[in-house]
Write a protein that binds this ligand. Structure first.
Ligand code: ADP
Ligand code: DP6
Ligand code: CO
Length: 378
C-alpha cells in the first residue's frame, strides 16, 4: 500500500484515429488496482443502488501486481455499446454496467480536439456508443476483488474519455453502482466506505483514511491458492446471507461499528498488533457469516485453513501478531506483514509447507512492494 507505483488513479491517454468523414475513434486508457478489505462489506440494504449494511475499510494494492487495465473508445461508426473482458466478448446488458455508463454519460462535457478534427458536444454523448476492453493481470472472479479493480477502472476511464470533472467522492459513488467494493479502489492507501444514511445513496461514498505513503513498512503477500472462478459470486452469496443469516445482522449492527473505529485508530497510529487482530477477527467473522448462511457458503478450502493455522501458530508462539491474514470471497490468502523481515520469514514458511511444483517456481514474483505468489497450492 505504498510507493509511487501505488497510485490508483489510472494513467490516461486520449488518442484518436483517422478523422476521415466522421469515422474517427477517440480512446482513453486507465489502470486501477484492486483493494482488499480488512473490515469486510458483506450484505446490501439496497440491491439496485448497492448500499451496504455496514461501513468497510480496505487497503488498495500496488497496481503493478493486481490491477485492471481498461481502454474505452467511442466512434460514430460503433452501432452499439460492447465490452470485452480478458479478450472475451461479454454482455453489457446487466444493470451494473448500464448504471455506470448512464451516470458517467449524464456528467459528460464537451470534448474538442481541433488538431484531430474531433468535436463532441455535451449532448452528443447520448448518441455515441462505446467499446470497452479490459484486462485483469490477476485471476478474475476468484476472490481477489476483480470487480473492485474492474468497475473503478471503468468509471474512471469513461470519466476521462467524456471529460467528466466530478470529484473522487462522486466517482466512488458511481463505481459503487458497478460493484460495492469498487468505490474503495478510486483511492490509494487506506480507504473507508461509509455506508451512508440516505435512501438515494448520495452519502454512500468512499473516503481516503491515509494515503499510500502512510504505512510504508507494510508488505502484502498474496498466496494464490486457486485461480479458478468461484462457484458463488459475491453478489449472490451476500444476498443469501442477508436473507438467511441471523449472524449477519448482529455483525453489521453490533460488531462492525466499534471495529471500524478501532481499525481507523490502528491505521492512524500504525499499530500493527491492533491492526492484525482486527483484520484476522473480521475475516473469520465474515466467513462465519458465510457458514451461517443457508445453504452454507464455503469460500475457503483446506489450504486456506492450513495457511490460517500456520499464521496463528506463529503468532501464538511469539505472543504478538507477526502476520495478519484476510480472505475475501474465495480461497486465496492475503497476508500482511509489518516489515520485510517478517515477509521474508513468511515466504520461507509458506515455501516449506507448500513446496511449489518445479514448473511453478518461475511464477513467483517478488516485487518491492506487494508480492504476488502463485504458490501452486492447489
Ligand atoms: P471478485 O472476487 O473477483 O471481485 P466477483 O464475483 O465480485 O469476484 O465479481 C466478478 C465480476 O466482476 C466478473 O464476473 C465481471 O462481471 C466483473 N469484472 C471483473 N473484472 C472486471 C473488469 N476488469 N472490468 C469490468 N468488470 C469486471
Ligand atoms: C468479501 O463488491 O464483489 O470482497 O457489490 O455485489 O459487486 P457486489 O460485491 P463485491 O463484494 C465484495 C465482498 C468482499 C468484502 C469486501 O471487499 O469488502
Ligand atoms: Co468482487
Amino acid at each position: 500500500p505504498h510507493g509511487a507505483g501505488a497510485s490508483p488513479y489510472p494513467s490516461h491517454s486520449a488518442d484518436s484515429m483517422a478523422a476521415e468523414e466522421g469515422q474517427w475513434v477517440l480512446m482513453a486508457t486507465g489502470r486501477s488496482p484492486t483493494n482488499i478489505a480488512v473490515i469486510k462489506y458483506w450484505g446490501k440494504r439496497d440491491e439496485a443502488l448497492i448500499l451496504p449494511v455496514n461501513d468497510s475499510i480496505s487497503v488498495t494494492l500496488d497496481p503493478d501486481h493486481l490491477s485492471a487495465t481498461t481502454t474505452v473508445a467511442v466512434s460514430p461508426s460503433f452501432p452499439s455499446d460492447r465490452m470485452w473482458l480478458n479478450g472475451k466478448d461479454i454482455s453489457l446488458s446487466g444493470g451494473r454496467f448500464q448504471n455506470c455508463l448512464r451516470e458517467i454519460r449524464k456528467r459528460a462535457r464537451d470534448v474538442e480536439d481541433e488538431k484531430k478534427g474531433i468535436r463532441i458536444k455535451k449532448e452528443d454523448w447520448d448518441k455515441l456508443h462505446v467499446h470497452i476492453a479490459s484486462y485483469n493481470n490477476f485471476p478474475t472472479a476468484a476472490g481477489l476483488a476483480s470487480s473492485a479493480a474492474g468497475f473503478a477502472c471503468l468509471v474512471f476511464t469513461l470519466g476521462k474519455l467524456m471529460n467528466v470533472k466530478e470529484d473522487y467522492g462522486e466517482l466512488s459513488s458511481i463505481a459503487r453502482q458497478g460493484s460495492g467494493s469498487a468505490c474503495r479502489s478510486i483511492y490509494g492507501g487506506f480507504v473507508k466506505w461509509c455506508m451512508g444514511k440516505n435512501n438515494d445513496g448520495s452519502d454512500s461514498i468512499a473516503v481516503q483514511l491515509a494515503d499510500e505513503a502512510h504505512w510504508n513498512d507494510l508488505v502484502i503477500i498474496i498466496a494464490v491458492v486457486s485461480s479458478k472462478q468461484k462457484e458463488t459470486s459475491s453478489t449472490s452469496g451476500m444476498r443469501d446471507s442477508v436473507e438467511t443469516s441471523p449472524l449477519l445482522q448482529y455483525r453489521a449492527q453490533t460488531i462492525v461499528p466499534n471495529r471500524v473505529l478501532k481499525m481507523e485508530e490502528a491505521i492512524k497510529s500504525r499499530n500493527f498488533e491492533s491492526f492484525a487482530r482486527l483484520t484476522c477477527a473480521d475475516s473469520n467473522q465474515f466467513h462465519a457469516v458465510c457458514m451461517d448462511t443457508s445453504p452454507p457458503i464455503f469460500y475457503m478450502n483446506d489450504t486456506s485453513h492450513r495457511i490460517i493455522s500456520l499464521v496463528e501458530k506463529w503468532n501464538q508462539s511469539e505472543g504478538t501478531p507477526q502476520i495478519a491474514y484476510t480472505f475475501d470471497a474465495g480461497p486465496n490468502a492475503v497476508l500482511i506483514a509489518p516489515n520485510r523481515k517478517n515477509a521474508t520469514l513468511l515466504l520461507q514458511k509458506l515455501l516449506y509447507c507448500f513446496p511449489p511444483q518445479h514448473n511453478d517456481l518461475s511464477s513467483y514474483m517478488v516485487g518491492d512492494k506487494s508480492i504476488l505468489s502463485d504458490a501452486g497450492l492447489n
